[in-house]
Design a protein around this ligand. Structure first.
Ligand code: PSU
Ligand code: MN
Length: 305
């Protein structure tokens, strides 16, 4: 029954059957995270980086009443350009699938589909988390609850400080999700290598990370591991510089009464618009870096399985 909802690209299917490394990629970042045409260029460059590092990319999105695992160039172009694409988290999946609408998948929805397809490694830029002020708004991304229950490793550049990083780390601990920073003690905050929070765990190589993931799942501990890959220093935006724009963005969201699923895209777009594209360049650099590391982890994971 599940398979009736899955449309796996033949190249991805062949890789999975032959135990070759596969990396899942999300599509919300394409449709709602970056402007056209940079979004399409980046999505294609990310796929190429995954290939260059020895894995098969599987960008995930919803249309025709199915979950597509592995998109063509034309399909990626469509998701980058079209105005009628839903941002689909777990809550929206049944609606968008049964109504046969176009849906770009968030971290949560992408993880679920990757897991149904048998993909264990997923690369993104930033995850959703506990928002600042969540004690009142209760705005906590379904990315976190999904990470608590679906066994897919998520490679990110840490948690963006549009969120409450401290509370997000607490929530991840509650859900039993190992949080591992690659190569440094401090947990990174997306635009910056720093966050002023110590990473719960540190490992220094993709091989060690692959071994940890395997060990977790062999124990029967369902759920994600979150791998934080710090942005390369040459692309870093200074933490205090970003904080100014984040505060402005949060104030603007409040004033415009932005709620629910619109909050994250609004904040991201506001920051991009007010940093003269610097944040966009940073975003592109870090996701390419994540693609490289993620493909290497996927290769190590399949070798040692
Ligand atoms: N954070 C980013 N870039 C993104 C997102 C988050 O830095 O593109 C997207 C991801 O798809 C993530 C989603 O899964 O936003 C989270 O949305 P929400 O907070 O509504 O759950
Ligand atoms: Mn939310």
């Amino acid at each position: 029954m599940i398979n009736a909802l899955l449309e796996i690209h033949p190249e991805v299917q062949a890789a999975l059957e032959n135990n070759r490394p596969v990396v899942a990629l999300e599509s919300t970042i394409i449709s709602h995270g970056m402007p056209y045409p940079k979004n399409v260029e980046t999505a294609l460059a990310v796929e190429q980086t995954v290939r260059d590092n020895g894995a098969i990319p599987a960008t995930i999105a919803i249309f025709n009443g199915k979950c597509y695992v592995g998109l063509t160039k034309e399909q990626i172009e469509y998701f980058g350009k079209a105005e009628n694409v839903w941002k689909v988290s777990l809550r929206d999946m049944p609606y968008v699938l049964s109504k046969k609408l176009y849906g770009a998948t968030t971290v949560a929805a992408t993880m679920r589909i990757a897991s149904l397809a048998g993909i264990k490694i997923f690369v993104t830029g930033g995850i959703g988390g506990v928002h600042r002020g969540a004690a009142n708004s209760m705005d906590i991304s379904a990315d976190l609850t999904e990470m608590g229950q679906t066994s897919v490793a998520v490679i990110s550049a840490g948690v963006k400080s549009i969120l409450d990083i401290e509370l997000t780390l607490e929530y991840l601990e509650t859900k039993g999700i190992p949080v591992i920073t690659l190569g440094q003690d401090e947990f990174p905050s997306f635009y910056s290598q720093k966050s002023s929070y110590t990473s719960p765990l540190r490992l220094n190589s993709p091989e060690e990370i692959a071994a940890l993931i395997q060990t977790k799942w062999r124990l029967g501990l369902e759920g994600a591991a979150l791998i934080a890959n710090p942005i390369p220093v040459e692309y870093e935006v200074e933490k205090n510089e970003m904080e100014v724009y984040i505060k402005e963005a949060l104030a603007a969201a409040e004033k415009k009464n932005i709620k629910g699923k619109e909050v994250t895209p609004f904040l991201l777009q506001y920051i991009a618009n007010h940093t003269e594209g610097e944040s966009l360049q940073t975003n592109i650099a870090l996701i390419l870096h994540n693609a490289k590391v993620g493909a290497t982890i996927a290769a190590a994971y399949t070798t040692h399985r």
